[in-house]
Design a binder for this molecule. Structure first.
Ligand code: NAG
Ligand code: NAG
Length: 377
């Protein structure tokens, strides 16, 4: 769910129960299928073929002064989005005639609570023009949560925290990061050099017992925990896990032991690490990504098909390492074999990336605008 802290959940309760029953029925079938089959990340939306050349009207735009018309405000929900920086910006226009871009914020409560056949009809937007120069902005975990059917978006582009290489239209869509949520790490931590840090590689977070992110429950993932310089501390306590375990208690194997490990490590202390794992959860994007970067740890992404944020601005391969969820056994041997200078260079580049593009809401919003400008060159 996009917004775990929402107070408006009551409205979805009935819908949730029906969906839960369906999920249990489906899961019962899926149990006979080898795990790994039910990986929903790969079943991503299919957007119409589009590029800046074929789906964009350049003559509406002045690249140095992108004027944007917004249909609605950024979702006033938790987690906060950095698009809230926008209303004060010089780039906003209330005159659709002058606009180069049209922003549609999809993460509204109405959209989230609607059944799929009631999802918003973009065709009803007054300046829709088959989506020409429109940008649909979403922070939701899955396209289908708050958005219309993918085939109906016309010539609009997507700015999303959850873009998959299988659907992504490079140079047209833009991947954006989730903001930081957790408590901030001490500022002095960011400058502690690799190998002078307390740990070599760490993770503290939820493991999922079913569906996407279930690889976090695998022996290959949890087994990286050495209790010494590599810490993998997981908890099974999570809304959908709890519901699943009530019906299928055998799925909670190892949860009690894991909880003891989980309780014995402090989240911020674990960021004093040379590397920090950023595994995909329900969606390949993770709040942890920016938290890890802010603490000066080198992210080790574990995700399939994930389009990394602001791909056109950042040379991610100079900063982080990335592994497929099927390649967990390669992670530690690869990290251990990296030359020291390489690791030091990575941290250095990661720090520049964080400072220039990601460090706070106004920097993040600036990166959004830079990415939009870059599409036009
Ligand atoms: C592109 O924008 C210009 C200026 O607003 C307009 O005159 C023209 O009709 C537009 N073209 C298309 C294909 O929408
Ligand atoms: C990080 O860990 C190192 C090595 O254990 C320690 O010297 C340093 O004080 C720690 N820094 C912070 C900010 O926790």
């Amino acid at each position: 769910m996009f917004n775990p802290m929402s107070s408006s959940r009551a409205a979805c309760d009935r819908k949730f129960i029906i969906v839960l029953v369906l999920v249990i029925v489906i899961e019962s079938f899926v149990m006979v299928v080898p795990t790994g089959f039910f990986v929903l990340h790969h079943r991503s939306a299919k957007f119409p073929l589009c590029s800046m050349g074929t789906c964009f009207n350049f003559s509406r735009c002045n690249k140095d002064q992108l004027l944007v018309y917004s249909y609605n405000d950024p979702a006033p929900l938790n987690p906060p989005t950095y698009f809230r920086e926008f209303p004060d910006s010089q780039l906003q226009t209330s005159d659709p005639e002058k606009a180069c871009l049209f922003f549609v914020y999809s993460d509204t409560e109405t959209n989230e609570n609607a059944w799929w056949w009631q999802k918003p009809h973009l065709q009803t937007l007054p300046f829709w023009n088959n989506g020409m120069n429109h940008v649909i902005i979403t922070f939701a975990d899955r396209w289908s949560e708050t958005n219309p059917p993918a085939a109906s978006i016309g010539m609009a582009s997507i700015m999303s925290t959850e873009l998959h290489h299988t659907a992504y239209r490079g140079g047209f869509d833009i991947s954006i990061p989730l903001p930081r949520l957790q408590q901030q790490s001490p500022p002095e931590l960011a400058s502690v050099k690799p190998f002078q840090r307390k740990y070599f590689a760490t993770f503290k977070g939820t493991r999922y017992l079913s569906r996407e992110g279930a690889f976090r429950s695998s022996e290959a993932f949890r087994g990286m925990h050495s209790g010494k310089d590599v810490i993998v501390a997981t908890t099974c306590r999570q809304e959908t896990n709890d519901k699943l375990v009530r019906w299928q208690p055998w799925k909670a194997t190892g949860c009690e032991e894991d909880q003891r490990v989980y309780d014995s490590y402090d989240f911020v202390d674990l960021l004093n690490s040379t590397f920090a794992f950023v595994p995909a959860g329900r969606s390949p994007a993770s709040y942890r990504f920016l938290e890890v970067l802010s603490a000066g740890a080198i992210p080790v992404l574990i995700a399939d098909d994930y389009v990394r944020p602001f791909e056109s601005l950042i040379q991610w391969e100079r900063c982080l390492l990335q592994f497929s969820t099927h390649d967990l056994h390669r992670i530690l041997p690869t990290l251990r074999s990296l030359p020291k200078e390489d690791v030091v260079d990575r941290q250095c580049y990661c720090q520049q990336v964080f400072a220039n593009f990601l460090q706070d809401d106004s920097t993040l919003f600036r990166s959004v605008i830079l990415s939009l400008q870059q599409r036009m060159t």
